[in-house]
Design a protein around this ligand. Structure first.
Ligand SMILES: N[C@H](CCC[C@H](N)C(=O)O)C(=O)O
Length: 281
């Protein structure tokens, strides 16, 4: 029986379990879902699978519902720190491969801050994918449950539907998030952010994640929301994104190349007991 060792980290309260590919290979998607369950499993906002037999470290990002994400900002900060903790990397910047493309990571001194070049924000609906007309959907009306929302579509490798609001109300995130996540125009579903612009350097966001639901923080959501507001000309090239779980620093260079800097903390190492699946059919 392989060891079932999981490393548990969080980035601003968005927590992930990390395990080696040989551990993940023992489990079905239903069992991974159970592992992420906060009452019947270890509990997590997702599982990061470490693939260490390629030239460049690769991470697979599995949502609690078993779906796979192309990118995860907090997940990449956590995976970068895991590679540092397991002595696979040092403080020099290094590359990581994801389903949504290759990124560059840097673990700063003290290992409690990680910088990730998250790649380019893309505004073409086909990048999400989204079945909407036109080359871009920027601050356009989208009616959801009778509410006309101002929506901007952005891909960070994973899909994001960014709703601009005058005043952030997390009730809307819980009420409309799951409806937007599963709209037919998003064949692979979408992550959702509600965004209040405070000034040209600060935005507040609330997050509903594809395949995970409400989370306290999200790195790719922060990148997407900041990119959308910059595309609309409402913020400048450095933006602090405030979420219930805390803040991330987002900055832009070139043609919407996005850089993210934020904290990461290790919580525990946990060995899973097979009895966790006893009641699973
Ligand atoms: N928490 C993650 C987002 C995971 C995205 C995932 N929910 C998806 O299906 O794209 C982050 O920090 O970016």
């Amino acid at each position: 029986m392989h060891s079932s060792l999981f490393h548990r980290y969080h980035g601003l309260g968005n927590d992930y379990l990390v395990c080696h590919q040989s551990v993940a290979a023992q489990f079905s998607l239903a069992q991974i879902s159970r592992i992420c369950d906060r009452n019947y499993g270890i509990g997590s906002d997702g599982l990061l699978i470490d693939i260490d037999d390629e030239d460049v470290p690769r991470v697979r990002i599995i949502n609690p519902d078993g779906s796979e994400a192309e990118k995860s900002g907090n997940g990449l900060r956590i995976y970068a720190r895991y590679l540092f903790d397991t002595k696979r990397v040092g403080h020099a910047p290094f590359l990581v491969n994801t389903l949504g493309g290759q990124v560059s990571c840097e673990v700063t001194e003290g290992a409690h801050q990680v910088i990730v070049d998250m790649g380019q924000a893309k505004f073409s609906p086909s990048a999400l994918p989204a079945h909407v007309d036109g080359e871009q959907m920027l601050d356009q009306p989208l009616v959801v449950a009778g509410h006309s929302l101002n929506v901007t579509l952005v891909s960070m490798g994973n899909p994001h539907c960014v709703v601009r609001v005058e005043k952030l109300d997390l009730q809307w995130v819980h009420q409309l998030g799951p409806l937007i996540e599963t709209l037919a125009i998003f064949p692979k579903r979408t992550n959702v952010q509600f965004v209040e612009v405070i000034d040209r350097e600060n935005i507040n966001i609330g997050i509903w994640e594809r395949g995970a639901g409400y989370t306290l923080a999200s790195g790719s959501s922060s990148c997407a929301a900041a990119s959308a507001m910059r595309k609309l000309g409402l913020v400048d090239d450095s933006v602090t994104v405030t979420m219930p779980g805390g803040q991330l620093a987002i900055s832009f260079s070139g043609d919407f190349m996005v850089n993210m800097r934020g904290p990461v903390q290790k919580i525990a190492e946990i060995t899973l007991d097979a009895d966790c699946f006893y009641d699973l059919k």
